[in-house]
Design a binder for this molecule. Structure first.
Ligand SMILES: Nc1ncnc2c1ncn2[C@@H]1O[C@H](COP(=O)(O)OP(=O)(O)O)[C@@H](O)[C@H]1O
Ligand SMILES: [Mg+2]
Length: 364
């Protein structure tokens, strides 16, 4: 059976003066999906969310929620739950009163409100703070209550704008797990705005990668990571070695890139067409490169280099290897017999050509 579409954006556009902030945004969100809007600060994430929420009107295009056209429909008629980066609880109300607020507006009977508030506080694992005031809670607890308040009305759509950004690293991770669990338990269609690629990869069914108001790619976390549609997507998600070069020709269904650094990289074109002589940039992620004994396994060694620096980072080690005139970062798990690798040592580097991404080189 085909999934129901809960939210639809059709050529949505927003300008502030001459600044095009959201351009031609198309998206269909299925019922129950968790979708992230991911991109650097200023790329138009909040503006898009605010148009879906009804706080801003689009200059062009259409937004529908549950099949109904929303242009001109006020925010409070859109059946939304919202959580923002800064805690938006009412300071003069207790936790229970904060959570009950939306239900009171809906004129729900008192006994039913009490029951719903109790259940939702249990769901966010904070039943014991019902009578406290927001200032008596930690930052993480306040965000959990903000989430409870958004969920208690059983909205048809949950909108989260960087809800974890104000928390320290450990709490951020805890609340990230919590959001994942809550999404699974409630099944509410969710849009999650973040500039943090790890959060987006971890939480989302699909990610919309945005740059300067334009959709760069829409895909599953796996797609975004392994089949990036553009250089921007590849470099925004995680660390990667950038190796400018020239296409030397095709071989074995892939191609060879002569890097400016002086060695040859084999790569697969992943459906893109390149011509011999074309200027390109090739990328390989640090965790996709393996170090080998230099000279051994001659047919699999793809480049040779010298270790310049090793950095211990707990569960892995990062290694800077000089290859030609490039410094290539290699990331190794700790079990790799690392004691053998020391600065100054000659090594071979191997990679799977499928892990080498090639994009046209932009004019500088
Ligand atoms: N009310 C406004 N008036 C003028 N420019 C705005 C307004 N709101 C946002 N912008 C601009 O629109 C762009 C996108 O902003 P925003 O959607 O907040 O980005 P993000 O949430 O991705 O960080 C930015 O360049 C920002 O300065
Ligand atoms: Mg924002």
């Amino acid at each position: 059976m085909e999934k129901k579409i809960d939210v639809e954006l059709n050529a949505v556009r927003k300008t502030f003066g001459s600044n095009v902030v959201v351009d031609n945004f198309d998206l269909k969100i299925e019922q129950g999906e968790c979708i992230s809007f991911l991109g650097p600060s200023g790329c138009g994430k909040t503006t898009t969310l605010n148009m879906i929420a009804g706080f801003l009107d689009p200059d062009g295009g259409e937004i529908s929620i549950k099949g109904k056209r929303m242009n001109g429909v006020p925010s409070n008629k859109r059946d939304l739950g919202m959580v923002f980066q800064t805690y938006s609880l009412f300071p003069h109300m207790t936790v229970a009163e904060n959570v009950a607020y939306g239900l009171k507006l809906r004129k729900m009977p008192k006994a039913e409100i009490k029951d719903k508030v109790r259940k939702i506080l249990e769901l966010v694992k904070l039943p014991h703070v019902a009578d406290r005031y927001p200032k008596q809670l930690s930052g993480g607890q306040r965000q959990r209550i903000a989430i409870a308040r958004a969920l208690v009305i059983e909205p048809s759509l949950l909108l989260l704008d960087e809800p974890l950004s104000n928390l320290d690293a450990k709490l951020r991770e805890e609340l990230r797990d919590e959001l994942k669990r809550l999404h699974k338990e409630t099944g509410v269609t969710t849009i999650f705005v973040t500039h943090d690629q790890e959060e987006a990869l971890y939480l989302s069914d699909r990610i919309v990668v945005l740059d300067h108001g334009k959709v760069e790619q829409i895909g599953t976390p796996w797609d975004i990571y392994n089949r990036p549609a553009s250089e921007f997507v590849h470099t925004f998600i995680g660390k990667s070695n950038r190796l400018p070069g020239t296409v030397r020709g095709s071989a074995n269904g892939g191609m060879a890139v002569q890097t400016d650094a002086g060695f040859v990289l084999e790569a697969f074109a992943d459906g893109r067409t390149f011509t011999t002589g074309e200027s390109v940039v090739a990328y390989v992620r640090p965790e996709k490169i393996r170090l080998t004994e230099s000279g051994a396994l001659a047919d699999t060694v793809r480049a040779a280099g010298t270790i310049r620096q090793l950095s211990f980072l707990g569960s892995f080690v990062e290694c800077e290897v000089e290859v030609g005139s490039a410094l290539v970062t290699v990331r190794m798990q700790m079990q790799d017999g690392l004691a053998d690798y020391t600065a100054g040592r000659q090594v071979g580097l191997t990679w799977n050509p499928k892990d080498v991404f090639v994009f046209p080189r932009k004019e500088q």
